[in-house]
Design a binder for this molecule. Structure first.
Ligand code: IMP
Length: 429
């Protein structure tokens, strides 16, 4: 079978791990195609909890080959820290492959990310401070450092010199920071070279060959649709392509090889960092969702902003990504409410919008138009079949399905691996 793309439909942290759990051992390759260690997912296997930031989740699935694609930016120190952490717990990490074309996050970009945010003050993006934005900017500016550069020391030095010529001016003259030397950067990058060498591959070729043999490739996005640099709530976005289109550019797999696009929708909405959020709840109900849903960032520990489900966003995600299947996660978090409001459209200065407003200003002014759905009180975590859900929980899912215009193929009802209801297989049609 096929190439399947897995993306987040909202602002991230939707719980993509739920879908990877379902796909589990039937996937031969899991590819991370964008982002870096700004992501964070917690995977629960038995009593063990794994927090991964950079490594693809497939690293935990025996027999699966995890791939870091060309669209990723890699902090090498974090890569080896995560690998060592997993090895210490007995996880076999030897199958990991890393694209020779992926960019590395040099130390100066971590510094620049943090000082730029501080400098922006109230205009800050609320980045994770991991150097993601400056590293993608370097890529587009054609002054980035790629994995393959580590294997040609002369070229590496030249590239670092070229980048630092400019960056040191900015660091010293604008931000009043210490200039960084070429030697310290080259030394840090080269300290990882030998450990990295056996992992490096032409991953585009490797994946195309795997598809040719009929193997299954899962392309897993970091972040999510509304954090995508083109299709998200710019400028409050990350700097990479987190939508289905990014799966092609970030992996080297052509669009014609992709058979399914699975999007994860949390049963309510969360976001971290700054930027507009029409259904945000700044009251006790927001706090209730945060507490009940354990909505604190895996990467930064920041409390996530919480709000009701927003069907305008769901419809937008369906359209931009060509979603074939939605997976709703954390439906259990909504148990115990009298009614559950769902945003079906926006009111922008007196005008109803069923689709995402065209401009950022209109999105900032969007007021949710709510429909109240009846709640349910039962514990649903033991449900494994759609018919076992309380009638009002079923009604909620069916209404979401109607509003977003695409089928809901699976529903998460608890944090554990098995706490899921599968209505349609995510690999076979
Ligand atoms: P950056 O990716 O660190 O540049 O941060 C840009 C924006 O994306 C900020 O609002 C971050 O909070 C957000 N962001 C980055 N990664 C994630 C993620 O994995 N989940 C949710 N938000 C994220």
């Amino acid at each position: 079978m096929p190439a399947v793309v897995l993306i987040g439909a909202q602002w991230g942290d939707e719980g993509k791990g739920k879908a990877t759990d379902v796909l589990g051992r039937r996937v031969d390759h899991v590819v991370k195609f964008n982002g870096g260690n700004n992501a964070g997912h917690t995977v629960v296997i038995g009593d063990e909890k794994y927090a991964l930031h950079l490594l693809p989740s497939g690293i935990l699935t025996p027999g699966c080959t995890p791939v870091i694609g060309n669209g990723v930016v890699i902090d090498l120190a974090v890569l080896f820290e995560e690998l060592e952490g997993l090895q210490a717990r007995g996880v076999d990490t030897s199958r990991l492959v890393v694209s020779a074309n992926a960019h590395v996050i040099p130390p100066y970009n971590r510094v620049l990310d943090k000082v730029t945010e501080r400098f922006l003050g109230s205009r800050r993006i609320g980045t994770t401070g991991r150097g993601i934005g400056p590293t993608y900017a370097d890529k587009m500016n054609r002054v980035g450092i790629r994995v393959q550069d580590l294997f040609d020391e002369g070229i590496l030095r030249q590239k670092v010199e070229g980048a630092l010529d400019f960056k040191n001016q900015v660091l010293a003259k604008i931000y009043n920071r210490r200039a960084i030397t070429v030697d310290e950067v080259v030394e840090e990058l080269l300290s990882h070279r030998e450990a990295l060498r056996p992992m490096v591959a032409d991953t585009g070729l490797l994946l195309q060959e795997a598809l040719g043999r009929g193997e299954t490739v899962l392309l897993e996005a970091g972040q999510a649709t509304l954090l995508d640099v083109d299709h998200g709530t710019y400028p409050f976005v990350t700097s990479s392509s987190a939508t289905a289109g990014g799966a092609c550019t970030g992996s080297g797999i052509p669009p014609t090889s992709i058979d399914r696009v699975v999007a994860i929708l949390k049963a309510y909405t969360t976001r971290v960092g700054e930027g507009p959020f029409p259904t945000e709840l700044l009251d006790d109900m927001g706090e209730h969702l945060r507490k009940t849903g354990h909505e604190y960032g895996t990467t930064t520990g920041r409390p996530r902003r919480c709000g009701w489900f927003d069907a305008v966003i769901g419809r937008y995600a369906a359209r931009v990504n060509g979603v074939t299947d939605f997976v709703i996660t954390k439906l259990d978090t909504l148990s115990g409410l009298d009614t559950v409001p769902v945003c079906v459209a926006y009111d922008v200065d007196g005008v109803r919008h069923d689709d995402m407003p065209m401009t950022q200003s209109d999105f900032h002014h969007a007021k949710p138009v709510y429909e109240e759905l009846p709640g349910w009180w039962e514990d649903i975590s033991h449900c494994r079949d759609f018919d076992e859900l309380p009638a009002n929980a079923r009604r909620y899912v069916e209404r979401v399905e109607e509003l977003v215009g695409q089928r809901v193929s699976a529903i998460g009802v608890g944090p554990g691996r098995d706490e899921i209801i599968v209505r349609h297989d995510l690999l076979d049609a």
